[in-house]
Write a protein of this length. Structure first.
Length: 164
């Protein structure tokens, strides 16, 4: 709210330089803002009494938009990258998958390792758990296990996140 839109009887006024000018009637604050050639802007409407500041409204609005844009730029969403393995994976293939997972983790993403079983491999699910354990052990310098290996249907999954 700015200028005449402010309907409160009393407000706490902050000057254009950031100095506290105290609690005063809204009319007097409006007069002071007018004399300075600036606007009276309500900064904290929920405070008792509401806090208003004498500023150039256009400049204030521009600063707000710029701050929001900057905050959005620094915001980062974490993605979940999936790496699929099979029980009879060779060591070189496993090392390639480990290096890919390491790259994802250093970028700040979570990694979901899925060990998929087909046909007769389903009978030996428990014997294949060591593959996921070795995977987590080899990444222990950069990652920590978020969710331990868990069997879900025809696959066993485990989640890794970056170490803090």
């Amino acid at each position: 709210m700015i200028n005449e839109q402010i309907r409160d009887r009393e407000i706490r006024l902050v000057g254009e330089d950031g100095a506290q000018l105290g609690i005063m009637p809204t009319r007097e604050a409006m007069r002071m803002a007018e004399e300075a050639g600036l606007d009276l802007v309500k900064i904290a409407p929920t405070a008792k009494p509401p806090v208003c500041k004498i500023v150039d409204y256009g400049k204030y609005k521009y600063e707000q938009v710029r701050k929001e844009k900057e905050a959005r730029k620094k915001q980062r969403t974490t993605e979940v990258k999936e790496i699929r393995l099979t029980p009879n994976i060779d060591t070189n293939d496993l090392n390639t998958k480990i290096s890919a997972a390491r790259k994802f983790l250093t970028k700040g993403d979570k990694v979901k390792i899925t060990l998929r079983f087909r046909g007769r491999e389903m009978a030996h699910m428990n014997n294949s758990r060591h593959i996921l354990d070795d995977f987590a052990k080899s990444l222990s310098d950069v990652a920590v296990v978020e969710k331990n290996a868990k069997v879900e249907g025809r696959s066993m999954t485990m989640f890794l996140t970056e170490k803090r």
